[in-house]
Ligand binder design. Sequence first.
Ligand code: DC
Length: 225
Amino acid sequence: MSEQTLWPVIAIDGPSASGKGSVAELVAKKFGFHYLDSGALYRLLAYAAHTQSVAWSDAGKLAAIVSAMAIRFDGGEIYLNGEHVSPYIRTEQMGKGASEVAVHPEVRAALLETQRNFRESPGLVGDGRDIGSVIFPDAVLKVFLTAGVETRAQRRYDQLVNRGETANYDTILEDLRQRDLRDTQRSSAPLKQLPDAMLVDTTKMNIAQAVDMIVEAFKKTAKNT
Ligand code: DC
C-alpha cells in the first residue's frame, strides 16, 4: 500500500447545481482536508479547447490539451498556464462544455492521475460524478448528494441573478435536464448512486444540514476503522 492510499477520502458525487461544491468545501474545512473540485478540471479543459478553437467533440485533440495544461488551485481561485481563469470557467457555457468533453474516455483517462494526486495528508474531500466509482473507489465515505431538478434550477437562477447576470429560469431548467441526461447516460463513468453511497437529498435541506450529516457519518466511519 502506498503512503498516499492511507489518507482518507470522502467522495461526494451528484448532479449539477446540487450544492455539492459548497458542501464539499465546508466538510473539507471542518476536518482540515484538501479539496478536489473535479468539475473544475473538465471546465478548464472546455475553456482551453474553446480558446484554441478545438471542438468539444474532438477526443484526440482534447486529450493532448490536457497533457499541456498547467493547473493551479490557490485559495479557491483557479489558474490555467498562469492565467487567472475562475470567472471564465464558472459560466453556463463552460458548464455545458465540461459535460460534453467529459463523455470521452480519452479525456477521463488523461485527467485520472491529476485527480488522484490531490490525495494528500491528512485527507481529501472530492466532489464530482465518478469520485466514488472511479477516482477513489476506496473512499471511506461515499455520498450521493442530490436535489430535485426544479430546486437546482431555482438555486442556479438565484446564484446568477445575485452575481448580477441575466438569467432565464426555463432555459436553466432545460440545460440542467440535458446535462443530467448526458452525465448519467454516457458509457464512460456515468453519474449514478452507488449501492454503498449515503443519499443526501438537499431538496428540503440547507447547506449546513447537509454538511452536518456528512460530518457525522464520517466521524462514525473513523470510529469504526
Ligand atoms: O460539477 P460541475 O457542474 O462543475 O461539472 C461540470 C461537468 O463536468 C459535469 O456536467 C460533468 C463533468 N464532470 C464529470 O464528468 N466528472 C466529474 N468527476 C466532474 C465533472
